[in-house]
Design a protein around this ligand. Structure first.
Ligand SMILES: CSC[C@H]1O[C@H](OP(=O)(O)O)[C@H](O)[C@@H]1O
Length: 353
């Protein structure tokens, strides 16, 4: 069964699934340049830490393929840097776009210093580097799925099938495909070790009810939707075996920024003696910051809370607080951090970078 695709890219043609329209309609829209990508990311037509970086970088590849090679490699690299710096400003919390921009600028510098490479070849090499992100992400996610599933099965060896809770959307709609936390769930399902997924609604954008539920129903993975307020009762009632969430930015010590509501799930998991995992590729790990205190937390529009579509559901005039993310301290990530290189204790990431 093919999994859903949030991103379609063929020979310089880029389209994204407009996730604001899900689950009612599956509509792909074209992305012609970095401005289109910036707006689609800011408006959350495409979202999810890896998908943000991939769409941002592919939008640059779309532009570069149409661009006549500049006079010099220095000019090419100035243009690339300018557009990447712009894309990084689209949303502040997820680190993937920032790290992808750093890697591309590093390549630009290497190409500029390499006298055997001319400006046209340099442009082609940059485009190939950007386009490779799609396949690389899918490979990372499948590795995350396998590492995570085997770790959870090992720690629950007496259980025939497992009950997993997850938050927000970390599947094919947040990545190039397969997903991170949802990738682990897919791998458990493939291994016939999944009894049920309990996915939280994830107010106010409802990534869980609109996107994760959509993916799970589409692939006939057994799942139950719960409201965020039901999480503690569900952990107790259904004897959840593990909670697995994604990440937008993991700090060097393992503190993790993820969708708002993640921190409270970690606290609840601790109090119910349930393993709590973060699933994230190394492209979501920021070794430049020591801990979670310096992760910027995006504030989203209050209208996401006060309205459902165009219908007002909260009293006009009420003050709102709408942070898109919170930070879970490393000590609450009791199952570990599941990456494409293996499952590590939160403070054991640095040696594997
Ligand atoms: C594959 S991790 C996706 C990560 O991004 C989500 O945030 P948003 O929907 O606002 O982009 C959420 O935090 C997920 O865990």
């Amino acid at each position: 069964m093919a999994t859903l695709q949030a991103i379609k890219y063929n020979d310089g043609q880029l389209e994204i699934l407009d996730q604001l329209l899900l689950p009612e309609s599956c509509t792909f829209i074209p992305i012609w340049n970095v401005e289109d990508a910036w707006a689609a990311i800011r408006e959350m037509k495409v979202r999810g830490a890896p998908a943000i970086a991939i769409v941002g970088c592919l939008s640059l590849a779309v532009e570069l393929r149409k661009l006549a090679a500049p006079e010099t490699k220095e000019e090419l690299c100035r243009l690339v840097q300018e557009k990447l710096d712009y894309l990084v400003t689209s949303r502040p919390t997820a680190v993937n776009m920032h790290l992808a921009a750093e890697a591309c600028v590093k390549l630009c510098t290497q190409l500029t210093d390499n006298t055997s490479v001319n400006v046209a070849e340099a442009k082609d090499d940059i485009v190939k580097h950007l386009e490779a992100m799609l396949a690389n992400d899918i490979a990372d996610n499948r590795a995350i799925g396998e590492h995570g599933a085997s770790d959870i099965m090992k720690k629950n060896a007496t259980k025939d099938k497992l009950r997993i809770m997850t938050h927000c959307n970390t599947g094919s709609l947040a990545t190039a495909g397969y997903g991170t936390a949802l990738g682990v769930i897919r791998s458990l399902h493939t291994a016939n070790k999944l009894d049920q997924v309990y996915c939280t609604e994830t107010r106010p954008y409802n990534q869980g009810s609109r996107l994760t539920a959509f993916e799970l129903v589409y692939e006939k993975i057994p799942a139950t939707l719960v409201c965020d307020s039901m999480a503690a009762a569900a952990m107790k009632q259904f004897k959840i075996d593990a909670v697995i969430v994604g990440a937008d930015r993991v700090a060097a010590n393992g503190d993790t920024a993820n969708k708002i509501g993640t921190y409270q799930l970690a606290v609840l998991a601790k109090s119910h003696d349930i393993l709590f995992y973060v699933a994230a590729p190394f492209s979501s790990i920021d070794f430049q910051i020591p801990n979670g205190h310096s992760i910027p937390i995006e504030e989203r529009p209050h209208s996401e809370m006060t309205h459902t579509g165009s219908i007002r559901t909260a009293a006009a005039g009420i003050n709102c607080w709408n942070p898109g993310f919170d930070v879970t301290p490393a000590e609450l990530i009791t199952g570990g951090i599941i990456t494409e290189k293996g499952v590590f204790k939160p403070d054991q990431l640095a040696p594997h970078q």
